[in-house]
Design a protein around this ligand. Structure first.
Ligand code: ATP
Ligand code: LTN
Length: 329
């Protein structure tokens, strides 16, 4: 029995990197008699400007996507982060234990603020501390995330250890859970960087909502190399990435894929890959649409999740307030 927890930002489109890096590993762990938490980190999302109307839609879309991906509200607490105010309360307390230098070293912060000058918000800088609060509130053992979030989970561990050393055993020390393939799906148009929804070009990523034509266009334009063979080897970034995507959407192994395409070229491989992707996406898209239609049900699921989460989080907060000396009795 373990507490499994992950969260995603409601940033509109989700791409297959998000799906295979975070959602699918979470769904797989959901069935092992664990206690599961999955939430939509709307307060992380506002670290960059958001249109309120769009944000509301994105939150519902995120919830619909998780349900479509197999998240079972009977096994998982599915909720919005903003509905449990203990997250921001604990983040404040953890802020007072976190060093500026630790946050300055976060590579995601460095990546997201390059060339942004003075306009970077305090919220974006503090983002990893809110994430540490998300994790530590629920005695989390395992955090399924993509490779890019490992440093943030490690920071949560450091903060938890510091708190426990100073105030006594309060927090469980969490571990990141990073799958081998799919931990880092690379961008289609630049396989040296990860697939990202905030990329400048929409040829960068495959959205879960891309239609057949768009999938075809993006895969045909995806970067390969001059070698022309379907062989997975270090250094062949573009081809290996497409083969990894093939592996993820089809469930076949690398060896099976190499064998199936021995002596064949990119045109045939890409055509087959397009079909595999569409076969994977279409039923998922149908389930997302169905789920979105029942708006009331979505809100009820989120609300029920929030209420259960509030009760658990409040218990932990009482322990924390007592430990740091603000609770009078
Ligand atoms: P952005 O690029 O806009 O920062 P993102 O696409 O990285 O966003 P997040 O919401 O930050 O998405 O991440 C959601 C989850 O998906 C995280 O667990 C993250 O590690 C995982 N993830 C994101 N991109 C990838 C990727 N290319 N491959 C595998 N996992 C990924
Ligand atoms: N920072 C993460 C989202 C996130 C998260 C969390 C993931 C916020 N809180 C707690 C796991 C556990 C991201 O950008 N993907």
């Amino acid at each position: 029995m373990a507490n499994i927890l992950t969260a995603l930002q409601p940033s509109g489109v989700l791409h297959i990197g998000n799906y295979f890096g975070a959602i699918e590993p979470f769904v797989k762990l959901q069935d092992d008699g664990n206690t599961n938490f999955l939430f939509i980190v709307d307060y992380h999302a506002i670290t960059v400007p958001q249109d309120p109307k769009q944000l509301r839609q994105n939150i519902l879309f995120a919830a619909a996507t998780y349900l479509a991906a197999g998240v079972d509200p009977n096994k998982t607490l599915l909720f919005q982060q903003s509905r449990v105010s203990a997250h921001t309360e604990l983040a404040w307390i953890l802020n007072c234990l976190t060093h500026m230098g630790e946050l300055e070293r976060m590579t995601q912060f460095k990546d997201k603020t390059r060339n942004k000058g003075e306009s970077v918000t305090v919220g974006l800088f503090d983002y990893p501390v809110l994430m540490a609060a998300d994790i530590l509130l629920y005695d989390t053992n395992i955090v399924p995330v993509g490779e890019d979030q490992k440093q943030h989970v490690e920071l949560a561990r450091d903060i938890a250890e510091r708190f426990n050393n100073r105030f006594g055993e309060t927090f469980v020390i969490p571990k990141p859970h990073i799958r081998k393939e799919g931990a880092r799906v690379m961008a289609l148009d630049d396989p040296t960087s990860k697939m990202s929804k905030s990329a400048a070009s929409d040829k960068n990523f495959l959205s879960l909502m891309d239609d057949e034509k768009t999938v075809e266009k993006k895969i045909k334009a995806a970067m390969t190399d001059a070698e022309g063979t379907i062989v997975n080897r270090p250094g062949r970034l573009g081809v290996s990435n497409l083969m990894t995507i093939y592996e993820l959407v089809s469930g076949k192994t690398m060896a099976q894929i190499e064998a199936a395409f021995e002596g064949k070229g990119y045109a045939q491989f890409k055509q087959d890959l397009i079909e595999q992707i569409n076969q994977f996406l279409q039923p998922l898209q149908q389930r997302i649409h169905d789920s979105l239609k029942d708006h009331k049900n979505l809100i009820e699921i989120l609300e029920a999740g929030a209420q259960k989460a509030q009760a658990i989080a409040e218990k932990k907060m009482q322990q924390v307030r007592e430990a740091i000396g603000v609770k009078l009795s």
